[in-house]
Design a protein. Structure first.
Length: 300
C-alpha cells in the first residue's frame, strides 16, 4: 500500500516556477508526482496479523537543482524545502479474499513547504493529498511475503494555480500496487514495491499529467536479530505524454533514480523503527535533491 505523498508536496510548486521562468520542459504538471518516490522500505510486502496498526512517517526533502530533458541544470535560482509528518492507520481484517488477508489503510500528510525563486518566496503549511486504499496480503513461507493493493489519492491539499507553493495537486490518482518482501532474521532482507499511476485531469488548468511507473526497493543484511543494514531508494519513469487542453506534449517525460543507506531496528515486541537517506540522480525534467525518512510502525 502506498505511503505519504512527499513528491506531490515537494514538487507541486514547480508548475508556478515553470510559468515564471519560461521553462516548459518539466515532466507531468509542475514536474512532480502525487505518489511518493522512495518512501517505502523494509517489510514492504509483509502484511501483519489481523489487527489495528499505526505508522508515523517523518521526512525532510531539499532540492536546489532543476534538470531538463538532457539532464542539464536549468539556469534558475531556486530552492524547495518540504517537511512532513504523516500518520497512517492500517486495519488488517480477519476476512480472506482469494486466499489473501484483506486490509484497509489511510494516510493524512501534514506538510510544511517553502519555495524560494529568485526574489520571490512563499511558505505553506497544512493537510496534503490524502491516500485511501485496500490490499490483499499473502504469506508464501515464513520468509517470503507479497501483497496486491489499489490506492486512490484524493485532492485534499490546498491548491491555487496562481500560487508559487501548493501542498496539493488538485487531481485524483488511481494507483495499483504489487509488493514483495523476503525477510530472514539472520540473513538477506530484500523488498520491492511496484506502482503505476493513472493521473486524472487538473480542471483548474486543463492539464492531464502522463502515466507513471515507479518502484521502491531495499536490500540489506540482518547483522543481528534486531538490526538490518543496507541500501534503498527508488526507480521512476513517466510512460505517457502529458496533455494540455487535449493536446499532447512531447519530449518532457520525467525519470529519476535514487539510492542511499538504510537501517532498521526491530524491537521484537511488535514495533520497529527505520531510517533512510537517499540521493537522486539521472534526473530528467524534474527537480534533483535528497531526502531523509524516518518510519515508526506499532500495533494499537
Amino acid at each position: 500500500m502506498a505511503m505519504l505523498p512527499l513528491n506531490a508536496l515537494r514538487f507541486a510548486c514547480l508548475s508556478s516556477l515553470a510559468l515564471l521562468t519560461g521553462q516548459t520542459a518539466m515532466a507531468t504538471e509542475g514536474g512532480g508526482s502525487s505518489s511518493p518516490m522512495g518512501s517505502d522500505q523494509w517489510a514492504i510486502g509483509a502484511m501483519p496479523p489481523p489487527g489495528l496498526y499505526a505508522q508515523v512517517f517523518a521526512s525532510h526533502y531539499r532540492a536546489d537543482s532543476l534538470r531538463d530533458n538532457r539532464g542539464d541544470k536549468v539556469p534558475v535560482d531556486f530552492s524547495v524545502t518540504a517537511d512532513s509528518v504523516s500518520p497512517r492507520l492500517i486495519w488488517v481484517t480477519d476476512q480472506k479474499v482469494l486466499g489473501g488477508a484483506l486490509a484497509f489503510h489511510s494516510i493524512m500528510p501534514l506538510v510544511d513547504m517553502k519555495i524560494d525563486l529568485n526574489s520571490q518566496s512563499q511558505n505553506k503549511r497544512g493537510l496534503g493529498d490524502m491516500f485511501f486504499g485496500s490490499a490483499l496480503g499473502f504469506h508464501h513461507s515464513d520468509k517470503l511475503h507479497s501483497l496486491v493493493a489499489l490506492d486512490v489519492i484524493a485532492p485534499t491539499g490546498e491548491y491555487d494555480r496562481n500560487d508559487l507553493t501548493n501542498i496539493g495537486r488538485n487531481y485524483w490518482v488511481v494507483e495499483p500496487v504489487v509488493a514483495a518482501s523476503y525477510i530472514d532474521p539472520t540473513g538477506l532482507n530484500a523488498d520491492i514495491k511496484m506502482m503505476y499511476d493513472f493521473n486524472m485531469e487538473n480542471r483548474a488548468t486543463n492539464y492531464r499529467s502522463g502515466q507513471e511507473f515507479h518502484f521502491d526497493y531495499s536490500v540489506g543484511w540482518a547483522v543481528s536479530p534486531n538490526w538490518v543494514v543496507g541500501v534503498g531508494g527508488y526507480f521512476y519513469r513517466q510512460t505517457t505524454d502529458d496533455r494540455v487542453d487535449g493536446e499532447q506534449l512531447s519530449d518532457n517525460k520525467g525519470r529519476a533514480f535514487a539510492i542511499g543507506p538504510s537501517i532498521k531496528y526491530d524491537s521484537g515486541k511488535g514495533w520497529f523503527l527505520s531510517a533512510k537517506w537517499q540521493q537522486e540522480s539521472n534526473v530528467r525534467n524534474r527537480a534533483e535533491g535528497d531526502a531523509y525518512w524516518l518510519k515508526l510502525v506499532f500495533p494499537i
